[in-house]
Design a protein around this ligand. Structure first.
Ligand code: PLP
Length: 386
């Protein structure tokens, strides 16, 4: 058989390679500690699981779900946005549940990108923005996220020919992997840029609830005019420790929401309904779990910051997201430093270069490793040779 060219050109997903490396070392009997993957270690809160179990027993939930989700889930999403950000959405036209936000992020390219079109994608960045673009036959134009610009893209530096050709701009704040945050000024500039060049904005926002020191991240949808130019992806994965259940949503432009619903109705049959009920419980239930989780992450962040300072890595303490984005010591590449950590300490972190060329020189350390393992990993890192 002959595979399609798009498959042959495909790099393997970053974390697949990391998982393989971990498995290899473990098979050799090494006690490898992974600080590499952003997957909350704390279980899904009990009230959410109880709703899920009850719903699983109800035969109504054993049949095909609708692609666009239960009406009560769409209402729960709009209610959540109203309570959290003070903005309202029409649950039938401006909200669409997703089988995890990654699914929608990948598929929305099919709504916006024709072969040969350009997508503006931040670098470093979550790989799915560019992979979705490539699957749709488009090309990516990288917007570097530089430390001196606080890891925000410089929209004024986009050449006018590029802006003219671009169909979509991908942004993500609080950011993975840099942990940078954006203020309302930046979001206003994004709306103006998108309006001027007729570019759709896709804001990926799974970390708005993972924040520290009392900081409350904003929604892009709070910016005036945001709904006319774009959408925001959110996920229950990081907010409610539900990565394994696969549930997320997109809100915003009714034109884009409708287009994505049309693509999805031809490809998938929605989120298993019991999980949708669990999602309603998460969004409408007691929200204390969010601050409880954040105080655990905050303590881990402080432990990591304390350790990396001692071994010559530099980073600003993140005020949101699940990551410390640290510059490696002089003389190392990202991959070189990761190999050193693996070989000398049996600790795995993610090389910044895996998120794009502008990630070179950094590593990403995740806050989702259980305390005891994290502390052991950090103790090993402190014993690294200089
Ligand atoms: C975790 C993550 C997602 C995907 O979350 P889902 O589990 O697919 O909802 C999307 N974007 C970024 C930047 C992430 O870190």
């Amino acid at each position: 058989m002959r595979l399609a060219r798009r498959i042959e050109k495909l790099p393997s997903y970053l974390f697949v390679e990391i998982s393989r490396k971990i498995a290899e070392k473990r098979a050799q009997g090494e006690d490898v500690i992974s600080l590499a993957i952003g997957d909350p270690d704390i279980p899904t809160p009990a009230h959410i699981i109880e709703t899920l179990c009850e719903a699983a027993h109800n035969p109504d939930n054993h049949r095909y779900p609708e692609t666009d989700g239960l009406p009560q889930l769409r209402k729960a999403v709009s209610g959540w946005y109203e309570r959290r950000f003070g903005i309202t959405f029409d649950p039938d036209r401006e909200v669409l549940p997703l089988i995890g936000s990654k699914e929608g992020i990948g598929h929305i390219a099919l709504c916006l990108v024709d072969p040969g079109d350009l997508a503006l994608v931040t670098d470093p960045g979550y790989p799915v923005y560019s992979m979705g673009t490539l699957f749709a036959g488009g090309e990516c134009y990288s917007l570097p996220l530089l430390e001196e610009n606080e890891f925000l893209p410089d929209l004024d530096a986009v050449p006018s020919g590029v802006a003219k050709k671009a169909k979509v701009l991908w942004i993500n704040y609080p950011n993975n992997p840099t942990s940078a945050t954006a203020d309302s000024d930046f979001f206003d500039r994004v709306v103006a840029f998108a309006g001027k060049h007729e570019i759709a904005v896709c804001h990926d926002a799974p970390y708005t609830e993972v924040a520290f020191d009392g900081y409350r991240p904003r929604s892009f949808m709070q910016a005036r005019g945001a709904r006319d130019v774009g959408v925001e992806f959110h996920s229950l994965s990081k907010s409610y420790n539900m990565t394994g259940w696969r549930i997320g949503m997109v809100v915003g432009s009714p034109v884009l929401v409708d287009a994505l619903a049309r693509v999805k109705s031809n490809l998938d049959s929605g989120i298993p309904q019991a999980i949708q009920h669990a999602g309603v419980a998460a969004l409408q239930g007691n929200q204390d779990c969010i601050s409880e989780h954040n105080s655990i992450y905050e303590r881990r962040r402080d432990l990591i910051m304390d350790t990396i300072k001692k071994i010559g890595l530099t980073a600003s303490p993140p005020r949101a997201s699940l990551y410390v984005w640290a510059r490696v010591p002089k003389g190392y590449t990202s991959a070189g430093y990761c190999s050193k950590l693996l070989d000398e300490a049996a600790v795995i972190v993610t090389p910044g270069s895996g998120y794009g060329k502008y990630g070179e020189g950094y590593i990403r350390i995740s806050l989702t490793t259980p305390d005891e393992r994290l502390e052991e990993g950090l103790a090993r890192m402190k014993r690294l040779s200089p």
